[in-house]
Design a binder for this molecule. Structure first.
Ligand code: ADP
Ligand code: XUL
Length: 504
């Protein structure tokens, strides 16, 4: 079976095509938002608002889908199933015209223009948004109970519930006009399906609205958030379901097979869990994309996160736990920029300076969630550091921070699967092996979210087993062993870093 996984991430839209019968990755392609669509004037795919708001445009994403499908058509790939991955938590707001517009799309239409009248809000608040502390406090008060027990997470600024409540409070008319609220993942599955598609329970868990035990909307959580919310939300279904066949628009415009299945979509982290071959407890994943995340499967019982990180659904069944850090690749890029080096030169500097002789510091260029604190350094102070302290020091401090918080979810980590854009950097991968004193493995490609969604499409539509998909697509292609002579150095550095955290 030929399956397409599409990953709509913060910075780009990526496609991975797999042939699950031959066990081959056929093709990979990515479209960078800021480079390909400069007319939206985004910074790396997003826009900053005045008060810690971060958002993007649904029209930009639709343009990227049209461009990607045009590109893929030339490959004539005979796609039989499609699944989408989307950056988590972001919400898309639509009015009552959506079903008619989707059903009547014509091959001469551009998606972004045809769908414009359907948006009741022209922007998509994204996971980087940190502007909704007030709404989180209000919902906590409204709920009068334990949000973590119900939903798997404390109320979080970036989660969908807080964003919906803020929209309802600030724009009550537009909220009333809104008939459908989707996640990025379910909205783009709906575009491919030509009708509203359910939210999957793995990504649904990132909303503070779903009851983790029942995998259905929780009336108390909905009530604490905004009025008439249930009527605006799609149903919730397991990630393993097929939604429907692809819509005529894609058949006529991009020559897709009318029998092509559109499978339920999911979030980038649940998809990465699949794409990294980490569906069973035991293997943990570090993803170094725009955000850095630490996650792993945890079986059928949610663990008590003690307020650190989240419990989401595992698309292969059971649950996964996750901790997300806002300072990821963009902070590393800022440090690199301050040195005037490119990544190839930066990689050499890191490998020659592991462990770093400079002292560690709090490596937060933007407000961080773990630990919860405001930005601690800026690009100007990085420029006053030596290149080693700026780049190697920052990355080493990020990894120490990761290890400090990862220990709250997982003990005795032996093997780490590393993924995301920065996983291509072998010096960073080796530093992770040394700081964690664990083996670091990488798979064939760095976009495990797109691969994971292609694998989910093959599983849902073609009934391909996880065993065979893992054998063919997620075997480790490289392994880095920890340098044991660095073990005690990093134990000492971790203790010193833990002291630094107490100064916040
Ligand atoms: P997302 O999926 O969140 O949009 P990606 O996983 O595609 O992000 O990662 C993009 C990031 O990867 C870029 O911001 C870039 O800084 C980082 N990156 C790419 N190559 C390297 C490298 N060799 N070393 C470190 N970081 C890198
Ligand atoms: C996870 C999170 C980010 C986004 C973007 O909770 O907010 O990882 O999914 O990648």
């Amino acid at each position: 079976m030929i399956s397409l996984g599409l990953d709509l991430s913060t910075q780009s839209l990526s496609a991975v095509l797999i042939d699950s019968t031959a066990g081959e990755i056929i093709h990979e392609h990515a479209i960078n938002f800021a480079e390909s669509f400069p007319e939206f004037e985004t910074e790396n795919g997003f826009i900053r608002g005045p008060k810690k708001e971060f958002y993007s445009y649904p029209q930009l994403y639709l343009k990227a889908i049209d461009k990607m499908m045009h590109y893929l058509e030339d490959l004539n790939p005979k796609i039989e199933s499609i699944s989408i991955s989307g950056h988590q938590h972001a919400s898309v707001y639509l009015n009552g015209s959506l079903p008619k517009i989707l059903a009547e799309l014509n091959q001469s239409d551009q998606l972004s223009e045809a769908l414009t009248p359907a948006f009741s809000r022209p922007i998509v608040p994204i996971w980087m948004d940190n502007s909704t502390t007030e709404e989180c406090l209000e919902m906590d008060k409204n709920l009068n109970g334990s949000v973590t027990e119900l939903s798997g997470s404390l109320y979080c600024e970036r989660f969908t519930a807080a964003q919906i409540r803020k929209f309802y409070k600030n724009s009550p008319e537009a909220y009333n006009e809104t008939q459908f609220i989707h996640l990025i993942s379910s909205f783009f599955a709906s575009v491919f399906a030509g009708k509203n598609v359910s939210i999957d329970s793995s990504d649904g868990a990132g909303m503070n609205l779903m009851n983790l035990a029942t995998s259905q909307w929780d009336d108390n959580l909905l009530e604490a958030c905004a009025p008439n919310l249930k009527a605006k939300l799609p149903n919730i279904e397991p990630a393993s379901n097929v939604a429907t066949k692809v819509s005529n628009y894609f058949v006529e415009k991009y020559s897709l097979n009318p029998n092509c299945d559109i499978c339920l979509s999911s979030g980038d982290n649940p998809n990465s869990l699949i794409g990294c071959g980490a569906t069973d407890p035991g293997t943990v994943v570090i993803s170094m994309g725009t955000s850095d995340t630490f996650f792993g499967a945890i079986g059928n019982e949610p663990i008590d996160t003690k307020g650190i990180g989240h419990i989401f659904g595992n698309p292969a069944g059971g649950y996964m736990s996750l901790i997300c850090f806002r300072n990821g690749s963009l902070s590393r890029e800022a440090a690199l920029k301050s040195t005037g080096l490119n990544w190839q030169e930066g990689e050499k500097l890191i490998s020659e300076n592991t462990p770093c002789k400079e002292s560690n510091y709090l490596p937060f260029i933007v407000d961080e969630m773990y630990p919860s604190c405001a930005a601690q350094i800026n690009e100007e102070s990085l420029s006053s550091f030596s290149p080693t302290k700026a780049l190697v020091g920052l990355i080493e401090s990020q990894i120490l921070n990761l290890r400090f918080f990862a220990a709250k979810h997982a003990k005795n980590i032996n093997t780490i699967r590393l993924t995301g854009g920065a996983s291509q950097n072998t010096a960073i991968a080796q530093m992770i092996a040394d700081v964690f004193q664990a083996k670091v493995e990488r798979i064939e490609i760095s976009n495990s979210a797109a691969l994971g969604s292609a694998m989910r499409a093959a599983n849902a539509s073609g009934q391909e087993s996880w065993d065979s998909l893992n054998k063919n697509f997620t075997a480790a292609k490289s392994q880095l062993l920890p340098n044991s002579s660095n073990a005690s150095i990093y134990e000492d550095k971790l203790k010193a870093y833990a002291h630094l955290l107490q100064t916040i």
